[in-house]
Design a protein around this ligand. Structure first.
Ligand code: NAD
Length: 484
């Protein structure tokens, strides 16, 4: 007998317990070798005053099984509560979010009958680091941090996922025409990694047109790999146009663990009525079975599920006049899937998880890039300054303060050059970036920047942030000001 794999299961809130019962029952009937351990998460835990929504003791199970099948929870209203998903994602270092979006035309209503795509979203970096500051009365900032290792890890995983799942094409989505350094790095690493996987067709799309194409012509996509924010947005667009938000599952994958869940919430409006569709959680459970090496069982369940759908056995959320034959509740739907275990769909193409090419996708170790020859070449000093906007006057006083080895090169306001030339009509603002570059032949050190800052402080100007400017192996490590 196959060894039972321990998994951690949370039944969640609202419809959670009903759909989890169905998913576990189907997996048991299909012969999945699982040893589920139950933990409590969500509303009741939050109500006990635990702001993370998960007891410390639950981590013992999660840290041991490293495999979490999670039903949706109800997020409490009001402040002071932390997102359970974010906590779990961070604690288990789940760097990849995988969301297959498939339409089941004509059985599930959709505007896009030929959709079968998977979105691989980076889960840890980007604007989601939550590093935000108020800098002036007028301006707040959010830092977008992208690392080469973070890009490489997710992009390699996307290629490995494509390989393990018999997919053929990868599309990288970014906004590298505007964010040339951060998004530019993501698409550059995509091109580098793609060269190591020559069997795949690859292309790149700017996120605006990419999102539009996903909404209007999703059949052109196979696997999409993208950064955290774009992935968040386009995966909801894709799920929505597939017509099957209630049927979508997702996985969050890391080197040391994985979490699987439906993409919908706890649906409190229908909780306790026995009418919820368990398919979203079931699809997440199938991803879990594949992840723990039980792809053959996943295949059996997936085909039985497709057969149930094409036999017109539908829960209320997908019931329709044209293709539905019988409206069922959660338990009867579960029974219908179990009755079809071993059967293959006729209309839909049968899925084949069990084949060698549908093994678990490999997670590569990634290395820090080699140390470059890094030279300090200048500094951007940001000022909170709200005199009647007069960049020339500001430039004059800054030039007088600069200690010879640093020269004022430009002043801009939120990226728009205002000195030495103004590229736009000057508006009144209070946030000014003053760029100082090393004078010809000067080898700058931190002490030169500290000396400049002391001069600025003594003059009464309010500096709110500094950003050193470097070259790496002789290549400029910062963007030019717009208009330069
Ligand atoms: P929801 O996804 O729970 O429900 C939206 C609509 O879809 C409702 O009409 C609901 O009845 C229906 N629906 C959802 N799942 C269904 C299913 N399996 N079968 C049939 N119908 C289904 O979204 P919501 O109402 O905005 O959120 C409810 C709660 O869930 C909130 O507290 C929210 O914060 C939480 N939530 C949790 C997660 C999670 O745990 N991962 C994700 C999203 C929302």
């Amino acid at each position: 007998m196959t060894k039972k794999i321990p998994i951690t299961v949370a039944h969640g809130d609202g419809i959670g317990p009903e759909i989890m019962e169905a998913a576990l029952k189907i997996m048991e009937a299909a012969g999945a070798a699982l040893a589920p351990e139950t933990i409590e998460i969500g509303e009741k835990v939050y109500q006990r005053g635990i702001s993370a929504g998960i007891e410390d003791s639950s981590w013992e199970s999660l840290n041991r099984t490293k495999c979490f099948l999670k039903a949706p929870i109800t997020t409490p209203q009001g402040g002071g509560f932390k997102s359970l998903n974010v906590t779990v994602r961070k604690s288990m270092a789940l760097f990849a979010n995988i969301r297959p979006c498939i339409s089941y035309h004509p059985y599930v209503k959709t505007l896009q009958p030929k959709m079968d795509m998977v979105i691989v979203r980076e889960n840890e970096e980007d604007l989601y680091a939550g590093i935000e500051h108020q800098q002036t009365d007028n301006v707040v900032q959010c830092l977008k941090l992208i690392s080469r290792t973070g890009c490489e890890r997710i992009i390699r995983y996307a290629f490995e996922y494509a390989r393990a799942n018999g997919r053929q094409k990868l599309t990288c989505i970014s906004k590298d025409n505007i964010m040339k350094m951060t998004d530019g790095l993501f698409s550059k690493v995509f091109r580098e990694v793609a060269a190591e996987y020559p069997e795949f067709e690859t292309n790149h799309m700017i996120v605006d047109i990419g999102a539009a194409k996903i909404a209007a012509k999703p059949s052109i996509f196979d696997v999409v790999v993208t950064e955290n924010l774009y992935g968040d947005i386009i995966s909801d667009i894709a799920a929505e146009v597939s017509g099957s938000v209630g049927l979508c599952g997702s996985s969050n994958i890391g080197k040391n663990g994985a979490m699987f869940e439906a993409i919908h919430g706890s649906a409190p409006d229908i909780a306790g009525q026995g009418i919820a569709n368990p398919s979203g959680l079931l699809h997440a459970a199938l991803m879990m079975l594949q992840h723990i090496g039980q792809g053959d069982t996943a295949e059996k369940i997936h085909n039985a599920w497709l057969k149930t759908i094409e036999d017109g056995i539908h829960t209320g959320d997908i019931f329709n006049d044209q293709t539905s034959k019988k409206k069922v509740g959660t338990r009867d739907f579960c029974t219908a899937v179990i009755e079809r275990l071993g059967a293959k769909p006729v209309h839909f193409r049968a899925v084949t998880y069990g084949l060698p090419e549908r093994k678990q996708a490999k997670i590569h170790d990634v290395q820090l890039p080699p140390r470059a020859d890094k030279k300090l070449t200048g500094v951007d000093i940001f000022l909170h300054w709200r005199e009647k906007a007069n960049a020339s006057a500001l430039a004059k006083s800054l030039n007088a303060l600069a200690p010879g080895n640093l020269k004022l090169a430009s002043i801009d306001s939120r990226g728009l050059l205002v000195w030495p030339e103004a590229t736009a009509l000057q508006e009144t603002g209070d946030h000014w970036r003053c760029r100082f570059l090393a004078a010809d032949g000067v080898a700058l050190g931190h002490e030169n920047i500290i000396a400049l800052l002391q001069q600025i402080q003594a003059s009464g100007l309010d500096f709110i942030k500094t950003e050193n400017l470097y070259s790496f192996d002789g290549v400029r490590g910062y963007t030019l000001v717009q208009g330069q």
